[in-house]
Write a protein that binds this ligand. Structure first.
Ligand code: HAM
Length: 414
């Protein structure tokens, strides 16, 4: 009996892997320029971390987490996102003593969502978190860095920016919003009504057509920010303007996680359809303290690698080429003995070299060389070894040029 893969969880095969390597390599390069250093935290954490970190009332915690009892000893969860685990590690290792920290991570996350284009149950995020800087300059730098990263991959994405206020201006606003929603509950969908009490901000994010006209009249937090949040928001906008990063203010942008204060943002692309956000993040100044650490301002984002790969593929940009430079072909038994030794020398010199270790007929070896899209083929046999000369065949142009075997390494190494 065949056993299929789990719904919403995909395989990444060699044909697509180079695209992913490019996304991750570029992230490492760009984020390092801005001082971010890699961390790796476990894919499994105590479920309580996410309940307290991401928020009890969020869809992620209420409906989408893979939670399990570990032999009746502990309640664990597959991580639905990376921030809560990063914060746990930051606290557990006392990292605050080292001053501001810039972290980056990449890895699988798990949410039991209904699978569709751009939405999976196992997906991969590349994320960044900065701890210890309350000033708006870090918001600007981090958003500009993500903009820089997407630009290097030639991805066009729209930046939407909002401020979701803080503990001072948000509670009175939420009271008003609740009252507004309660007065219109008959015109709102069941989902909105369910959220209206527990997590009213999320109602603003409802995509149901009939709710849109009602919600367009809802009070907006951005008009009621306290002086501190207003000043912060103005500074973020001014900083982005100065750096030439374009954005659109979206007063209805609320994020699906509860920890945000002040800055919230998303990059989205038309290439993605309904699940348009390729990256999202914001400030979460209270989270470190809420999870038992010292008061620590923080800001971060994560981008979805599957969604980024979809955008790159839709843009028609082919992934970086991974062709072997040389394919060694054995003409006879003597060649078959020699070829692996020559391959070793080439590889040690940094030249990507392949050979068909089944050897066999010349035609089959050439077919394999074409299949792996090698640039050059070199046939080795008793004759070549006796004369010390072989032919290098350019597999793109079919052109053949002679080479002395003694010069083979020099011919291909750069
Ligand atoms: P998030 O908005 O939930 O934020 O996820 C970030 C990105 O992950 C999304 O923009 C999307 O590209 C991708 N993503 C989310 N869910 C799925 C899914 N089911 N399938 C495919 N891709 C998905 C966070 O996770 C926060 N931890 C970001 C953050 C870091 N905020 C502060 N620091």
């Amino acid at each position: 009996m065949k056993i299929a893969g789990v719904r919403g969880m995909s395989d990444l095969l060699p044909g697509d892997a180079s695209r992913w390597q490019q996304m991750e390599r570029t992230a490492r390069e760009v984020f390092a320029l801005y001082g971010y250093r890699e961390v790796r935290t476990p894919a499994v954490e105590h479920a309580a971390l996410f309940a307290r970190g991401v928020g009890e009332t969020t869809d992620i915690v209420r409906k989408e987490m893979y939670v399990f009892e570990d032999k009746g000893e502990e309640t664990l969860a597959l991580r639905p996102e990376g921030t809560a685990g990063a914060v746990r590690a930051y606290i557990e290792h006392g990292c605050h003593v080292e001053g501001p920290q810039k972290w980056f991570y990449a890895g699988p996350m798990f949410r039991r969502e209904r699978p569709q284009k751009g939405r999976y149950r196992q997906f991969h995020q590349i994320g960044c978190e900065c701890f210890g800087v309350a000033e708006p300059g870090i918001d600007v730098e981090q958003i500009a860095m993500l903009h820089d990263y997407l630009g290097r991959l030639c991805v066009k994405a729209e930046l939407r920016l909002n401020s979701v206020g803080d503990g001072q201006c948000r509670p009175p606003y939420l009271d008003d919003l609740r009252a507004f929603l309660a007065a219109r509950k008959d015109s709102l969908c069941p989902d909105c009504n369910e959220r209206a009490e527990k997590n009213p901000l999320r109602v603003l994010d409802c995509k149901v057509d009939s709710c849109q006209p009602v919600l367009s009249g809802a009070p907006s937090l951005i008009d009621r920010l306290c002086a501190g949040c207003r000043e912060h928001f103005d500074a973020v906008k001014g900083g982005l303007d100065a750096m030439g990063v374009r954005y659109r203010i979206d007063a209805r942008l609320v994020r699906g996680l509860d920890y945000y204060v002040r800055t919230a943002y998303e990059f989205s692309s038309d290439a993605l359809g309904a699940q348009s956000a390729v990256a999202g993040g914001g400030r979460y100044d209270g989270l470190v303290e809420a999870l038992g650490g010292p008061p620590t301002p923080a800001i971060g984002f994560a981008l979805g690698e599957e969604r980024l790969a979809l955008i790159l593929a839709a843009g028609g940009r082919s992934p970086p080429d991974e062709r072997p430079e040389v394919f060694l072909i054995a003409a006879d038994a003597q060649g078959a003995r020699e070829a692996p030794l020559r391959a070793l020398a080439l590889r040690q010199a940094g030249v990507a070299c392949e050979l068909d270790l089944r050897f066999g007929k010349l035609a089959r070896q050439f077919r394999q060389a074409e299949r792996v899209r090698a640039r050059f083929a070199v046939v080795l046999g008793g004759d070549e070894l006796a004369s010390g000369r072989a032919k290098v065949k350019n597999l793109d142009t079919r052109e053949e040029t002679p080479v002395a075997l003694a010069d083979l390494l020099a011919r291909f190494s750069r």
